[in-house]
Design a binder for this molecule. Structure first.
Ligand SMILES: Nc1ncnc2c1ncn2[C@@H]1O[C@H](COP(=O)(O)OP(=O)(O)O)[C@@H](O)[C@H]1O
Ligand SMILES: [Mg+2]
Length: 229
């Protein structure tokens, strides 16, 4: 199996004044391509910190992270930022949509920001609108949509460049459980259809059961790492 992410002897601490707080301690694991992993654990145990490190959004204090065969430690900031834009998809708890842009333009935002022509992505746009079940609402603005629908748009935006890896930090943390499970089904569809590797942080056992593997963190250490039933 091909590796999507390799984490070796990872440590992360934050300086608060003179004190240094060790948030992640000697984390080691490998995620293979096509896995759907859920990171779980109590609030404050370092889940978001780990996810941001996996996305190259922050640097470890010690240790290495290798994504798609490339070690963040050997990459320039510019290369990392390019990789984030073109190979990774990020999904957050609070959707991060632009309120006065409609669904289509919110999805196409990475292309508009890149100065590329949206026309070249017309077919891709139709395809992902269909996957998220929002074809009929493509001209609506976020305020006309439910939370679950807004999160679908955010996921569609993350799919635009056909990322190999999607990183989602509590994607259903703000949704009722029915809408949340629909988002989980959508992730599962994406995982199966495109073979996209998915890593999500979640507090919900039910949500985690949609994935293939659960990594439990406790006090900054891996407590348990097992395939889900
Ligand atoms: N930028 C930061 N500066 C200082 N402390 C931080 C920073 N980011 C996170 N922390 C601390 O690291 C710990 C883990 O945070 P986090 O990864 O957000 O936890 P989780 O997502 O599991 O709830 C917390 O104690 C938090 O206060
Ligand atoms: Mg968090």
């Amino acid at each position: 199996m091909e590796k999507a992410i390799e984490v070796n002897n990872l440590y992360k601490s934050f300086k608060l004044g003179k004190e240094s707080v060790e948030v992640l301690k000697n984390i080691n694991f490998t995620i293979y391509k096509g896995e759907f992993l859920s990171i779980m654990g109590p609030s404050g145990c370092g889940k978001s910190t780990l996810l941001y490190l996996l996305g190259g959004l922050d640097n470890p204090t010690e240790g290495s992270i290798i994504v798609n065969g490339r070690d963040y430690g050997n990459m320039k900031e510019k290369e990392k930022s390019r990789m984030r834009r073109t190979e990774l998809g990020f999904v957050f708890q609070f959707y991060n949509l632009v309120p006065n842009l409609n669904v289509e333009d919110n999805i196409l935002l990475p292309i508009l920001l890149d100065g590329k022509k949206p026309k070249a992505y017309a077919k891709k746009l139709d395809e992902i609108l269909d996957i998220i079940g929002m074809t009929e609402r493509r001209k609506h603005t976020p305020r006309e949509l439910s939370g679950g629908q807004q999160q679908r748009v955010a996921i569609a935006r993350a799919l635009l460049f056909e990322p190999e890896l999607i990183l989602a930090d509590e994607p259903i943390g703000n949704l009722d459980s029915k809408s949340g499970m629909e988002i989980m089904k959508l992730f599962k569809t994406i995982n199966k259809k495109y073979g996209t590797t998915i890593v999500q942080v979640t507090h919900s056992n039910e949500a985690a059961s949609y994935g293939s593997r659960i990594l439990n963190l406790r006090d900054g250490e891996v407590e348990k790492d097992e395939l889900s039933a």
